[in-house]
Ligand binder design. Structure first.
Ligand SMILES: NC(=O)c1ccc[n+]([C@@H]2O[C@H](COP(=O)([O-])OP(=O)(O)OC[C@H]3O[C@@H](n4cnc5c(N)ncnc54)[C@H](O)[C@@H]3O)[C@@H](O)[C@H]2O)c1
Length: 247
């Protein structure tokens, strides 16, 4: 049976760990060639070094335009068109409204919004009429929540961008969609619950499907949205939260 991303070139950022790593590994299983970027390039090299289908491992600070341009250079060098672009980098410190500094404001917006926007913008020249953009928002993007105003607002911007990319890029045949994960088992989530099993169980108890999401469960959705399994899906947001927001 033909693999879903057979010999297709894809870019995944933040791919050393967590959700992006699960996506990259799933895409490799499905026959993709990858260019990956991460700040933590040492871990990325341990994960992908020596894999002939990982064409480049770019040391990337996704909040810096010159680093995003390096990612575009790596794609240009291949002389190939991109099947899919997945700017997954994102995160945000938990801070009460009164304590937030302008520096923190810019950091969270840069990590989540700037990084997604400019990764897409710089890679548009390498996309074709069969390309797909998959952004990672969060259920935080349509919910309130204590101590997370910046992250919530940033993820709201990301889900909005998926829709705006759709309208503007459809004439080039490029599709754009967003995944909005709920709690997902990664380091970022462990940090969020401060490694406390009781807080973790409190979260699990609010998820109708009964478990914290696995990165592989987000990767399956990303595969659907990046591949030709979803040629009529654009401007959509796939809430992938085990029912958390509809409990
Ligand atoms: N884990 C969750 O519960 C959850 C839920 C909803 C949305 N998300 C979103 O999913 C995405 C991935 O989250 P995760 O939980 O897998 O995170 P993670 O912390 O497990 O992994 C993040 C990866 O991004 C890299 N990274 C961090 N800052 C970077 C930068 N400036 N430039 C380049 N690379 C950088 C890290 O080195 C790491 O490899 C994020 O956008 C996050 O907001 C996560």
């Amino acid at each position: 049976m033909k693999k879903l991303l057979d010999k297709e070139l894809c870019v995944v950022t933040g791919a050393a760990n967590g959700i992006a790593r699960a996506i990259a590994e799933r895409f490799l299983e499905e026959g993709a060639d990858l260019i990956v970027g991460d700040y933590d390039v040492e871990t990325a090299k341990k994960v992908y070094g020596g894999n002939p289908h990982v064409l480049d491992i770019v040391k990337l600070d996704a909040t810096k335009i010159e680093d995003i341009e390096k990612l575009a250079e790596a794609v240009k060098k291949t002389g190939r068109k991109l099947k899919a672009v997945l700017p997954i980098v994102g995160n945000g410190p938990q801070n009460p409204i009164e304590t937030i500094t302008p520096e923190e404001f810019h950091l969270v917006m840069n990590l989540n919004v700037f990084s997604a926007f400019f990764t897409v913008q710089k890679l548009i020249p390498f996309m074709s009429d069969k390309s797909a953009i998959v952004l990672i928002s969060s259920i935080a993007g349509f919910q309130g929540g204590k101590n997370a105003i910046l992250y919530n607002a940033a993820k709201a911007a990301v889900r909005s961008m998926a829709r705006s990319f759709t309208g503007e890029l459809a004439e080039k045949g490029i599709r754009a969609n967003a995944i909005s994960p709920g709690p997902t088992e990664t380091k970022a989530f462990t940090d969020f619950v401060h490694g406390d099993d009781q807080i973790r169980e409190g979260v699990v108890s609010q998820i109708p499907i009964g478990h914290i999401g696995q990165p592989s469960e987000i990767a399956s959705v990303a595969l659907f949205l990046a591949s030709d399994e979803s040629t009529y899906v654009t401007g959509a947001e796939v809430i992938t939260d085990g029912g958390f927001t509809n409990r």
